[in-house]
Design a protein around this ligand. Structure first.
Ligand code: WTA
Length: 652
């Protein structure tokens, strides 16, 4: 079957099944009826200032704000004049009452090692590492880069940065040294926190080697703190590299959280856009924390006794918002796992769910499609009866996967929340409230209170129900990005100029007669490969850096498992001949420049690339060629292509 971002368009269009919230679940849910939801949503729409004023009371503030919001399009400030500290909200405030002995973080390493950090322990470790950072010369406002495997120290490092007002920039461990260097250079990070390596599918990921390569081009980095995780032999640069355990052993655990302005930068997270270089998305403290705290509590219905497992890596926004800030600010118990879902066998997640009695599980559609392919016997081996809520994020979920997830993993009793949002939005925007919203497989359903989305034409006119259009957001919200670090012009252009007066998401969508939003995928040149955002231009520019390449065009090809796969079309410079050896070299070259996640699955040599008269590469055509649509004759897929193609065409 042909797929669009993992699902067949036909099944999405004919999808009529509706799953109301289970009665038992709704009884004790935080928001337990559509009436309650509508009241909240209408209030937030009509009186955003009053609504968000009240919502901020879920946090501990050092100084109250003078003004809820200041909006001068496209720039917003929230809780102006207020002061708070994100690490105090995520850690210290839970250390005064009975929660102080509650598990904050339950961690399992891939080799099977386990650690539990209670809120008290987390506070001590965060305080200690904040003092280590200070000793390395980090002061308020300095950027700290973090490039680590999924170990508790990654969370500790993030919160330690937040504690002293040093914005962090976490770089996913799957990115290469080159990609790390580019990000460090862009934000002029002063200190890098890393590890000797991490474990993945039984192998060691050699992080420190990548770091050594990167730092040859990063003059702003003065010090590197290295966590010993794998214990394999690495190079330690004298005067620059310091062992985490040595620094920590001489640091005090006591570091009072610094009161910070609500608009103080909390982090910069790089993500792919439609042009070559990654964008440093800037989030600030107060609004981001209000947004993530509230949405974690609403959408995951977090209760005191929950055990919450988010499978995302902290290198992505989901890890930031729903592994660290959102759940910890709510005082939840978070399960964190270091490695691959299929190591040592394909039931690893289910073993974790059973062993820790996980109640809420949040993962990506691409993972669910892999579980389906592996077969339900892996889930059946374990007792999953502790689960009460399932979530997905990162890409459209096809109804088949949605229903499988609900039945096989959720035992037919757990609501499924399909959550739509972006690095830029900071927090979940469109998602069911599990105790209130009737769900349908394949739609993220309705906007959360405070979120006012619409599907519009290029000129900003609302489209009729069930017509495809652009997804935009019409009112500012607290957790929205503030700018692109170092490039405010690009921020204006990319998000606030395409369609007048609104935030443009880059996604195509349609809204059905019940008001549900069906996200159709990106309308720009951003790829979504296994839930990871990649830019076609970034991969193209990596390819043309190779001496043999004259021109390159990269497109996404529908992939049943990963949503999209990467297809590259390459023309060679004279003197170079296509060969299997060169094909492998070029694929490897991309992995080296960006990371293995960007390695083209399919690389085709061609004499010329199809172009318009004005010289623009005709990507639409290449996409069809990559997908082989003509040859399959599957009109449902063609239909999907035509909608997206029209949108793309309008853009051209
Ligand atoms: C896509 C991930 C459909 C979308 C949190 C968006 C989704 C991009 C969904 C952002 C969903 C995310 N249904 N599509 N539930 N969630 N997307 O910045 O195209 O890594 O624009 O943030 O992922 O990806 P990002």
């Amino acid at each position: 079957m042909n797929t669009f971002a993992g699902g067949s368009i036909e099944s999405v269009l004919v999808e009529k099944r509706v799953f109301p919230p289970p009665v038992e679940f709704a009884k004790s849910a935080r928001i337990s009826s559509m009436e309650e939801y509508r009241t909240l949503w209408n209030r937030a729409k009509d009186d955003p200032q009053g609504f968000w004023n009240d919502m901020a009371s879920h946090l501990v503030w050092r100084k109250p704000w003078d003004k809820v919001m200041e909006w001068t399009e496209p720039h917003v400030k929230w809780y102006v004049g207020g002061q708070l500290n994100a690490s105090e909200n995520c850690v210290d405030r839970h250390c005064v009452g009975p929660r102080r002995n509650k598990a904050a973080l339950i961690w399992e390493g891939e080799p099977g090692d386990r650690r539990v950090l209670r809120y008290q322990d987390l506070k001590r470790e965060v305080g200690r590492f904040a003092n280590v950072l200070k000793a390395q010369g980090v002061t308020k406002g300095d950027v700290v880069a973090i490039y680590m495997p999924m170990v508790p120290e990654l969370v500790i490092a993030m919160l330690a940065c937040a504690r002293i007002g040093a914005p962090h920039t976490v770089v996913f461990g799957g990115f290469s040294g080159e990609a790390l260097a580019g990000r460090i250079q862009d934000c002029s990070a002063k200190v890098l926190v890393t590890a000797d390596g991490g474990f993945r599918r039984g192998n060691i990921i050699h992080l420190k080697e990548q770091v050594d390569e990167a730092l040859a081009h990063c003059p702003t980095i003065r010090n590197v703190v290295v966590l010993k995780r794998t214990g394999h032999q690495i190079h330690m640069e004298p005067g620059r590299d310091h062992w985490w355990h040595e620094m920590a052993s001489i640091a005090s655990a006591d570091c009072p959280p610094e009161p910070l302005d609500s608009e103080h930068p909390l982090f910069i997270l790089y993500t792919s856009g439609s042009t070559g270089t990654p964008k440093g998305i800037l989030h600030t403290t107060g609004g981001y924390l209000v947004g993530t705290t509230l949405t974690a509590s609403w959408v995951f219905d977090l209760k005191e006794e929950d055990t919450y497992f988010c499978t995302a890596d902290c290198g992505w926004i989901t890890g930031h918002s729903y592994l660290v800030y959102g759940p910890l600010s709510n005082g939840a118990t978070v399960v964190m796992y270091e490695g691959a879902p299929d190591y040592p066998d394909k039931d690893r997640f289910w073993q974790i769910v059973q062993d820790y009695g996980v109640t809420i599980f949040y993962t990506a559609p691409t993972a669910i499609r892999a579980f389906m392919k592996w077969g339900e016997q892996y889930a059946r081996k374990h007792d999953l009866s502790s689960l009460r809520l399932l979530g997905t994020v990162g890409e459209p979920i096809n109804p088949e996967a949605w229903v499988w997830y609900r039945e096989v993993i959720g035992g037919g009793r757990c609501p499924v929340v399909d959550t739509w949002w972006q690095t830029e939005t900071g927090a979940i925007m469109i998602a069911p409230l599990p105790g209130a919203t009737p769900t349908k497989p394949g739609t993220a359903t309705l906007p959360l209170p405070g979120v006012v989305p619409e599907v519009v034409t290029k000129s900003g006119e609302p489209v009729e129900p069930n017509q495809g259009g652009y997804l935009v957001i019409k009112q500012p919200w607290p957790s929205m990005m503030r700018t692109i670090h170092g490039d405010d012009e690009r921020y204006r252009r990319q998000y606030w100029s395409e369609i007048p007066g609104v935030y443009f998401t880059g996604d195509g969508a349609r809204r059905d007669h019940d008001g549900n939003f069906w996200i159709m995928g990106r309308v720009d040149d951003v790829l979504n490969v296994a839930g990871h955002r990649l830019s076609t231009m970034e991969i193209e520019s990596a390819l043309v850096h190779h001496k043999a390449v004259a021109e390159a065009a990269v497109v996404g090809k529908p992939d049943e498992l990963r949503g999209q796969a990467i297809t590259a079309f390459v023309t060679l410079k004279s003197g170079y001949q296509p060969s299997e050896d060169l094909r492998q070299q070029l694929r490897q070259h991309v992995a080296h420049e960006i990371g293995a996640l960007a390695r083209p699955d399919d690389l085709r040599f061609t004499d010329a690339l199809p172009k318009t008269r004005s010289g623009k590469i005709m990507r639409r055509l290449l996409r069809d060629v990559a997908a082989g649509v003509e040859s399959t004759g599957d009109t449902s897929t063609l239909e999907d292509f035509s909608v997206l193609a029209r949108l793309r065409h309008e853009e051209e």
